[in-house]
Design a protein around this ligand. Sequence first.
Ligand SMILES: [Zn+2]
Length: 56
Amino acid sequence: MATTTPNGCRRDGIDRRTHGRQWTPEVGWHSWEQPTQDQIKERMRARRPDTEEETR
Ligand SMILES: [Zn+2]
């Protein structure tokens, strides 16, 4: 998992446009799958480690 986009595949985080068919140990060959809302939130949060709690 090199680059993760918030809306990447729920299995491997690959962007829909570049996904095509991918293989993972968990599910084998698959096409892009809609990520869950939690996954999207987590990815957006991971992108910006210095949000929230910046006020002192
Ligand atoms: Zn995938």
